[in-house]
Design a protein around this ligand. Structure first.
Ligand SMILES: Cc1cc2nc3c(=O)[nH]c(=O)nc-3n(C[C@H](O)[C@H](O)[C@H](O)COP(=O)(O)O)c2cc1C
Length: 320
């Protein structure tokens, strides 16, 4: 871990693993367990925090900018002073700057992490917002993100070079998207990331908030993520109430609805089948999940990923 990261997050262990702020999934139990295991846990909703004090534990609180009013967010931030404020998905990219300025005023000691998905946006955000961390979200990430995008193996090195070239060497990069275990962590570090963010892997942890038990089963059953998941905005269209700005889509299980739609079923028909299926159960008709993994407590996942990353990096070095 770079000394910069060690200075900024002295309670975190190396390599630095953060759990993603995931709407509806990452609550205080997940964030606390990840931070206690030497990672950095992030949550999306800050209400009802009873298990942790976000200003004393290195816990992050995420905001989906397009969906939240800045005034409400600042009221919450001022009350709780979270160690890390995670900003993602603005309706307009310039909102990152407005939010960063307001957050800095309300919570000067909090670190600002901003999630983006391209080199160009990373450079503009670096210049306008001076974030502490840029989370570079690769195209394989679960959940929502801007499209198009590229994988972290090309995105992270290119962004690092561009930031260094333009005088932003102090901004740390965390890699997000497709990292499922310590080997992925090792790969991201080798690409120049200062830390990693994992989302999907934590969906198969015992303390994650799940909207329904069959969501968890679906995550555990999945394999071969490249074909069993897909990026599309049809997942958001299924309910008939898509609130997402048009520059975002989402990666989810390529379930029955996706397959129907992709093979020519009209959106209206797919929506109607979805509505019927939801009445019965969630299975096969939704869920932003991916990857074949084993159910484990979050803390164990963090420790195991850390150890495996060290092991693999060591093995690679010895093999050279
Ligand atoms: C179920 C789920 C929900 C997510 N919700 C959010 C969110 O509310 N805000 C956000 O910034 N990112 C969200 N993400 C994206 C993550 O921040 C992160 O980019 C992604 O999980 C990394 O890829 P991975 O899932 O392959 O680890 C979500 C991801 C998943 C899997």
């Amino acid at each position: 871990m770079s000394s910069y990261i060690q200075d900024q997050y002295p309670r975190a262990s190396s390599p630095l693993i953060a759990s993603a702020a995931m709407g509806g999934f990452s609550g205080p139990a997940l964030a606390t367990a990840v931070s206690r295991a030497g990672g950095i846990g992030c949550l999306l909703k800050i209400d009802n925090i009873k298990t942790a004090n976000p200003s004393t534990l290195p816990i992050g609180v995420g905001f989906l900018l397009f969906a939240v009013s800045l005034d409400e967010a600042i009221a919450v931030i001022s009350r709780h002073l979270p160690a890390i404020i995670w900003l993602a998905c603005p309706a307009d990219e310039r909102d990152f700057e407005t939010w960063s300025n307001a957050v800095r005023k309300a919570a000067p000691a909090s670190k600002i992490w901003i999630q983006v998905a391209s080199v160009a946006v990373a450079l503009r955000v670096a210049s306008a917002c001076s974030p502490d961390v840029l989370i570079m979200q690769g195209a394989h990430a679960g959940g929502h993100g801007p499209f198009p995008g590229s994988g972290i193996v090309s995105l992270v090195p290119e962004t690092r070079d561009a930031l260094d070239r333009e005088g932003f060497s102090k901004i740390a990069i965390f890699a997000a998207g497709g990292i499922g275990d310590g080997r992925g962590v090792a790969a991201a570090l080798a690409c120049g990331a200062d830390g990693v963010v994992m989302g999907t892997r934590f969906l198969a942890s015992s303390e994650v908030d799940m909207p329904a038990e069959d969501f968890r089963e679906a995550v555990l059953e999945m394999s071969d993520g490249g074909v069993s998941t897909a990026r599309s905005n049809v997942f958001d269209e299924l309910t008939g109430r898509n609130i997402w700005p048009s520059q975002y889509d989402g990666r989810a299980i390529a379930g029955a609805s996706y397959k129907d739609f992709n093979s020519g079923t009209s959106l209206a028909e797919a929506q109607s089948r979805y509505a019927n299926a939801v009445k019965e159960a969630h299975k096969g008709y939704g869920g932003e999940v991916r990857a074949a993994v084993e159910l484990k407590p979050e803390g164990e996942i963090v420790k195991e990923c850390r150890e495996l990353a060290r092991l693999y990096l060591d093995r690679v070095i010895k093999s050279l």
